[in-house]
Write a protein that binds this ligand. Sequence first.
Ligand SMILES: Cc1cc2nc3c(=O)[nH]c(=O)nc-3n(C[C@H](O)[C@H](O)[C@H](O)COP(=O)(O)OP(=O)(O)OC[C@H]3O[C@@H](n4cnc5c(N)ncnc54)[C@H](O)[C@@H]3O)c2cc1C
Length: 377
Amino acid sequence: MDTAENWDVYEQFRESMRRLAQDKIAPHAAEVDRTSTPPDTSYDALAEAGMISLPFPESVGGQEGDLMSQVIVVEESSRVCGTTGLAVLTTWAATEPIFRFGAPDLIEEVIPECATGKKKASWCMTEPRGGSDLAGLVTRAEPKGNGWVLNGTKRFISGATWSDWYLILARTGENQHGLFVTHKDEPGLSFGKLETKMGVRGSPTADVILEDCFIPANRVVGDPTLGYHNIMASLGTSRPLVAAQGLGIAQGGLDEAIAYTKEREQFGKPLSRFQMVQGMIADMTLKVESARAMLYRAIEMMDRNPAKARGFASMAKLICTDTAMSVTTDAVQLHGGYGYLQDYPVERMMRDAKVTQIYEGTNQIQRLLIAKHAYGN
Ligand SMILES: Cc1cc2nc3c(=O)[nH]c(=O)nc-3n(C[C@H](O)[C@H](O)[C@H](O)COP(=O)(O)OP(=O)(O)OC[C@H]3O[C@@H](n4cnc5c(N)ncnc54)[C@H](O)[C@@H]3O)c2cc1C
């Protein structure tokens, strides 16, 4: 985002992405939520428009689009459907370490069909014993013959059963971890029950269970002792994408609240004419724009000052997702009793917002990371 010219290009891209989201994603959002079914139609529409291929290398069918463009796709998708935003960022987050650290034949096996949207991928870090203490995981990978055997359970996995590929972080030594790619049809891989959730209901969530699951040697992603280090590097990309999901949901809630308060009349005039309502809309707008500024600054830092970028990614994740919760709660409030009904999208948006404060490192964990960077540790 160095020049005004770049800014115009991003804004034009946002306009086209917003039209796509409005026409092809928004009409399915309520149904995806009500029936808890994966957003196939929306995902296919994004793939057809070339949006899913955005981050991938050109050599395997991608566009090598920068993080800012990816953020715009997730933001605008989530503005109308939080589940679709999650579906897109899940595949992108799970495949990023593969094309960053994986061997050419692994990239060739996994990435081209993910770029076309034909196949999807899930990112499997959390375990039953905990998500915040990632280094304490117990899933193991042991070398056997010409490959690896995986044993363990991954919990709360977004896209479980829907995705084709699963990126697993597993222990390979006392203080060593590796990243491994498994396929859903692999013998030894199974799924737990689908969880019933508060929000992002169209995104299937389940345990991924690995019982003597054998995978060939080429499915290890990079050095099998550096998986934890590599996943930390990838969080620098995935956290801004979760921030974008939160920001998109917040923008969606704000837009709905503005539209509703212009239409709804009380005491003989539109709600938008009451100063207390205007004050709420002003505060919501301020929060959304502050969160957006923080997120775009975090993206800028990745190029300009990589040493500080992780702290900024945490700040962006924190402010965007806290804003999602706060703004959608106020959007429900401004709809009065109607905001509490499923007839209006703000009810779904408020439920979808909550999980963004929990996953990809809870917002308490983000505060710890921000303090760590502030102290220069
Ligand atoms: C819908 C959904 C989808 C998800 N998708 C995925 C996925 O695709 N892949 C994946 O790997 N995981 C996924 N997760 C898991 C998610 O990342 C974890 O739930 C999250 O990291 C928190 O881990 P936990 O649930 O074990 O909570 P815990 O780690 O047990 O935390 C419980 C509470 O304690 C707080 N806490 C913990 N440690 C500290 C500390 N040191 N200081 C202060 N507070 C602390 C936390 O902030 C939280 O409030 C998903 C979760 C949900 C709900």
